[in-house]
Design a protein around this ligand. Structure first.
Ligand SMILES: Cc1cc2nc3c(=O)[nH]c(=O)nc-3n(C[C@H](O)[C@H](O)[C@H](O)COP(=O)(O)OP(=O)(O)OC[C@H]3O[C@@H](n4cnc5c(N)ncnc54)[C@H](O)[C@@H]3O)c2cc1C
Length: 529
């Protein structure tokens, strides 16, 4: 059978691309290697009976802010968002919590109570964001160069201080925190949010990341799909199939087929071939597309050369726990946060990230954690907690900065011993945590990649998000858009601009590029595109 478009991979970007194309009347088939759809947006009751755990991603501020997802109106396809009492929290030993509440006045009051002046400084930052945040986020989520959002942003720039605000965005996260706030609370929130990406928090770019995630938390929250992350993917799939799109799971693509230099279909692992008339959209990591799925002779020389310098982001170890009660925080927070950052101080946080960058397994890993039942009570029986934490580890390990001799082979032994270290980090803030554990599951880099081939070595972002591989440098210098240099083939995964996170922008950019080139081809007979 021939389709207008074949989409390889059913992650959020693949499903968003497919939805955009069926909306324009295209026939679309999504081919997914795994037995289940959703990529890194899945959940299951596979850790402990009665407990739903998100297998990978969990909180979706970017989805809530992204036009690519918002315009699909997934609420009409069964998606319901839930919010925790507080968006984000960071326990500070002996000093209470840094808390981001959805009500900015509450956040400001909590900050003011620990350092006079920080409450007003927080409200000032929020009001700057109110004036320019939407243009900034839309600029980041549209194809590069983002002409329309840039013009809209420039028009508002003066109202937030002109070049001074640009400087703020370029300021590293640590300096941003110390330049605007006197107390620890806002500083750790900004630094912890910057730590969601692999940009060193003393480097430019980290401040923008920290500010964007923090301000999104303050404006749209960190919502989760009711019932589990998989409900977001299920809503995308329902919307797609209701409009005639098709999805096949257990269908691994092993080759992108070309004819006279143009992509015109794919071959599956079992030998079947599926033809595409107008486009192939690859929701696959760039090293897989250019290194495995394309015949080397089809990869443009410039792209092949650029891919030799492609940098992955670090690996990941994720631990899921089923707890028979709430987390026994030493000092219970005033409002229960959904997302929790765990590091004793910005110094410890910085050290942990620096150790990973220096190919060492962190001694006191900076944890991103989630209290899912506190956020969405459907996740586990009343009074219990469905909890996870993950942290980053080097792609290639030289040494263990701790004392457990973890080698970085990430076999079961490494994974369990490192999970013990992660659990000990929590235990320091929540004595008795271990005694609440009903079940624990550890997913190391290998297990993550086995469940989603895009997560190469446990890299969660489709490639580093450091500045040298962003914008026009993503995935290789000179691309920055979904076009691959192979007519008819578009890169729609997190390896494309604007990168990792569940926002669907890479998928929408790829679908738009396919539509644009298709229109051009039809207008100019004989044109390749
Ligand atoms: C542990 C973890 C936690 C995260 N937490 C968050 C979070 O809280 N919030 C957030 O916004 N983001 C988070 N992320 C990042 C986010 O999940 C990803 O950036 C996002 O899922 C990328 O979407 P994608 O569609 O590009 O790729 P993916 O979601 O990875 O989907 C790619 C799909 O393609 C399929 N595929 C690959 N190769 C082939 C092939 N040859 N044939 C057929 N199918 C193929 C894969 O099986 C997979 O289903 C997290 C990621 C991980 C791993």
């Amino acid at each position: 059978m021939t389709y207008d478009a074949v989409v390889i991979g059913s992650g959020p970007n693949g499903l968003v691309a497919a939805n955009h194309l069926v909306d324009r009347g295209w026939s679309v088939l999504v081919l997914e290697a795994q037995p289940e759809l959703g990529g890194a947006v899945r959940s299951a009751e596979d850790v402990h009976p009665g407990f739903v755990h998100d297998t990978f991603s969990a909180f979706y501020p970017l989805a809530a802010a992204s036009p690519a997802l918002r315009e699909l109106r997934l609420d009409q396809h069964g998606l319901r968002w839930r919010h925790a009492p507080a968006v984000l929290g960071h326990p500070l030993r002996g000093e209470g919590w840094a808390l981001l509440h959805r009500d900015r006045a509450v956040t400001a009051r909590l900050m003011e109570s620990s350092y006079a002046g920080d409450g007003q400084a927080w409200l000032d930052l929020c009001s700057e964001w109110d004036r320019i945040g939407t243009q900034l986020v839309e600029g980041l989520l549209t194809p590069f160069p983002p002409i329309r959002p840039t013009l809209a942003g420039l028009a508002r720039l003066r109202s937030v201080g002109g070049l001074g605000f640009v400087k703020t965005l370029l300021t590293p996260a640590i300096e941003l925190g110390t330049s605007r706030f006197g107390g620890t609370r806002p500083r750790v929130l900004l630094a912890g949010n910057a730590g969601h990406s692999d940009i060193p928090i003393h480097a430019p770019g980290s401040g923008l990341m920290g500010m964007m995630l923090t301000m999104l938390g303050q404006t749209v929250g960190y919502p989760v799909p009711e019932g589990g992350a998989g409900e977001l993917s299920a809503a995308l799939a329902r919307r797609l199939t209701a409009s005639g799109g098709e999805i096949r799971c257990g269908a691994e693509v092993t080759r992108v087929l070309t004819s006279r230099g143009r992509a015109d279909g794919v071959a599956l692992a079992d030998g079947e071939r599926v033809a595409s008339r107008r486009a192939v959209i690859a929701d696959v990591a760039a090293p897989i597309l250019f290194g495995r799925l394309l015949d080397p002779t089809d990869v443009p020389t410039r792209v092949a050369r650029g891919m030799r310098g492609f940098t992955l982001d670090p690996g990941t170890v994720k631990v899921d726990w089923a707890l028979d009660g709430p987390v026994p925080w030493e000092q219970p927070p005033e409002h229960a946060p959904g997302t929790v950052h765990i590091a004793d101080s910005t110094t410890q946080l910085t050290e942990s990230l620096a150790q990973v960058a220096a190919r060492a397994i962190p001694a006191e890993p900076f944890l991103l954690a989630g209290q899912m039942t506190a956020t969405d009570p459907t996740r586990s029986p009343a009074g219990t907690e469905s909890m996870w934490a993950y942290t980053h580890v080097p792609q290639e390990t030289d040494r263990d900065a701790g004392d457990a001799g973890i080698r970085g082979a990430w076999d079961r032994d490494d994974c369990e011993r490192f999970a013990d270290r992660m659990q000990a980090q929590i235990e320091r803030h929540a004595p008795g945590f271990a005694s609440r554990v009903l079940s624990r599951r550890v997913l190391g880099p290998r297990e993550l990649e086995a469940r989603d081939a895009n997560l190469i070595g446990g890299a969660v972002g489709g490639g580093t998000s450091q500045l040298h591989q962003q914008l026009v440098f993503r995935p290789v210098p000179g691309l920055g858009r979904a076009e691959t240099g192979v007519p008819g083939l578009y890169l729609g995964s997190a390896s494309a601009h604007p990168g990792g996170g569940v926002h669907g922008a890479c998928g929408r950019n790829a679908a738009r590029a396919a539509l644009l080139h298709d229109r051009a081809r039809r207008m100019v007979p004989g044109r390749r595109g």
